[in-house]
Design a protein around this ligand. Structure first.
Ligand code: ADP
Length: 551
């Protein structure tokens, strides 16, 4: 900016000086010409007064020229012929401007510049009345041309220009310094302000200061917003249960959230351990193609999903324990169902084939028929359990008040033969008139499952306690002193088709659907189901019939 101001100042001053020089030269030239014509007019008057009677000879022309200080004298006839000329010209002058004018008005003048342009010739012509008629007398004086005047003044102009340029440069530098210093100060203050308000004592700069303050405020707001966004992003990233890692290579991690750090044992500035130790993951990273793997960490299953893009790689870690467990459960179910169906079917077919072939002795016929009936019952039980389980989801029948005390009594009574068979000591403590808002068949299913399990997984001669407490949230407890459930199994016994000991399946035992049905029914009603158990000591299932959040 300073440079530009200096340049413009320089240009203006140079052009100004040159323009003035030309102007002065023109004015000076004009005055010179005017003065010369005035002089010529005086000479002409002198001629008219003193010499007009003299003959128009060459001699008299030269004499007159000497008398008039050396001016050129030309005598012309009224037809323009040269009668005498101190300049030595003989050609007819009728076409000359001053001659034409003199013939018309009595006097005329003109200026003609020489071929070199350095000199101008001033002509003054007058028609003079003589006894022998009208003649034209022309006087001429040389004068310096305008260009010559300008050229002569050039050395002085150049000197003046040099001094002028220096002065202009100095003044312009001073002026720009005066103008720019406050601007520079304002700029520095704005840079140092760190968001504080910027002030200036110069009124002219106040709008700029105001603008800077507005921009600062805007910037501050944007920075704060960005910080808030970053904080939120971090919060979201750290609060989601999925692990996220964005990285370029195993030791160049761009972003990692808390879950991923924990699951991957990640240390800052260290490579992600599994990225260099796990052969399958190393292969995936080398191939650079999107892939999913499942890894077991701290007893849970996680899906590792790798996504590759041009700039970075993304690993999304999702807990798939539930789905994996469901898949395992499903596989167990298929295995169980196949096994459970196969065993009675084999038995039924074997006996049926024996009977059909006539190889079965008549005395064994009854036993065989009983086995066929028992195995068929097992098959129908299995099918009924599966139907029961899946029917819960589509059960939209309305609830009503069920007398749970009454129902409990009936159920326990129905189990008495089995209790006696296992020689169990039964404790039945049920408050009367405890009502639960549900449906009879659902409660029957729940209690049946819990009591039958308490008998089935009890020890011979053990104890069975069925207790029901009333109140706002009635509490049912079915406790036994049986084989108990290990801590590991406790989390899975409510899964579909999960049985702790597969060898029990069907053989008086269930198919792993009983507790899954109980859990599903409780969850739908919003009741709280819990289990306490110690291996080899016993198990207690409790249901608090408190209508919480239904599912
Ligand atoms: P099942 O029909 O096989 O009994 P359940 O869903 O009712 O299936 O029970 C699942 C598993 O939980 C059973 O296989 C058993 O191992 C365990 N279990 C259930 N109740 C008890 C209990 N009272 N004592 C010990 N184990 C139990």
């Amino acid at each position: 900016m300073r440079k530009r101001i200096l340049l413009v100042t320089l240009l203006v001053s140079v052009v100004g000086v040159l323009f003035l020089s030309v102007l002065f030269s023109a004015v000076f030239y004009g005055q010179t010409v005017e003065q010369a014509f005035a002089e010529l007019k005086i000479y002409m008057n002198v001629y008219e007064a003193q010499f007009s009677d003299l003959p128009l000879s060459e001699e008299n022309a030269h004499r007159l020229s000497e008398e008039l200080g050396g001016v050129r004298v030309t005598f012309l006839s009224d037809s323009g012929d040269v009668l005498a000329d101190t300049g030595g010209s003989t050609e007819n002058h009728i076409t000359r401007e001053e001659v034409q004018e003199a013939l018309l008005t009595g006097e005329g003048q003109s200026v003609r510049t020489s071929a070199t342009l350095r000199e101008s010739l001033l002509y003054y012509c007058r028609a003079v009345e003589r006894e022998d008629g009208v003649v034209l007398v022309r006087l001429a004086l040389p004068a310096r041309s305008g260009l010559a005047i300008f050229a002569d003044s050039l050395p002085s102009v150049v000197w003046f220009l040099v001094v002028d340029i220096l002065c202009c440069l100095f003044v312009a530098w001073l002026a720009t310094s005066f103008v720019l210093r406050p601007v520079e100060q304002l700029t520095q203050e704005a840079a140092r302000s760190g968001g504080r308000e910027v002030r200036t004592k110069y009124a002219e700069l106040a709008p700029i200061a105001k603008m800077i303050n507005l921009m600062n405020a805007d910037l501050h707001e944007k920075v704060e917003k960005m910080k808030e966004d970053r904080r939120l992003e971090k919060l979201i990233l750290n609060s989601i249960e999925h692990g996220i890692v964005i990285f370029r290579d195993p030791s160049d991690v761009i972003l990692i959230n808390r879950t991923a750090k924990r699951l991957l044992d990640y240390e800052v500035n260290e490579p992600v351990p599994c990225f260099i130790n796990d052969r399958e993951i190393v292969a995936v990273l080398e191939a650079g193609e999107n892939a999913s793997l499942v890894r077991k960490i701290e007893g849970r299953y996680y899906s590792f999903r790798f996504t590759f893009n041009e700039r970075s790689r993304v690993l999304l870690i999702t807990d798939v324990t539930e789905t994996t467990a469901a898949a395992i459960s499903k596989n167990d179910f298929i295995a169980n169902v196949t096994h459970e169906m196969n065993t009675p079917l084999t038995s039924i077919r074997g006996f049926a084939e024996l009977i059909a072939s006539g190889a079965m002795p008549p005395e064994k016929m009854e036993g065989a028929a009983n086995t066929i009936i028992r195995q068929s019952n097992r098959l129908s039980n299995l099918i009924r359990s599966i139907i029961n389980f899946s029917a819960i989801d589509s059960d939209e029948l309305p609830d009503y008040e069920v007398d749970l005390s009454e129902l409990l009594r009936e159920i326990v009574a129905s189990f008495e033969p089995k209790i006696a068979e296992k020689k169990l000591a039964l404790t039945f403590e049920a408050e009367d008139g405890v009502k639960v808002f549900s449906r009879r068949e659902r409660l029957l299913e729940i209690v049946n499952n819990l009591v039958s399990n308490a008998i089935r997984y009890n020890k011979e001669g053990g104890a069975l306690k069925v207790q029901l407490c009333g109140g706002e949230c009635p509490l049912l407890t079915v406790a036994d002193t049986g084989i108990g459930i290990s801590e590991e199994d406790r989390s899975r016994i409510f899964d579909r088709f999960y049985t702790v000991d597969k060898s029990h399946n069907g053989a008086g035992g269930g198919f792993g659907l009983g507790l899954a049905i109980v859990k599903k029914l409780c969850r739908r009603a919003g009741w709280q189901l819990s289990v306490e158990s110690e291996l080899d000591k016993g198990t207690a299932f409790s249901i608090r019939f408190c209508a919480g959040k239904k599912q």
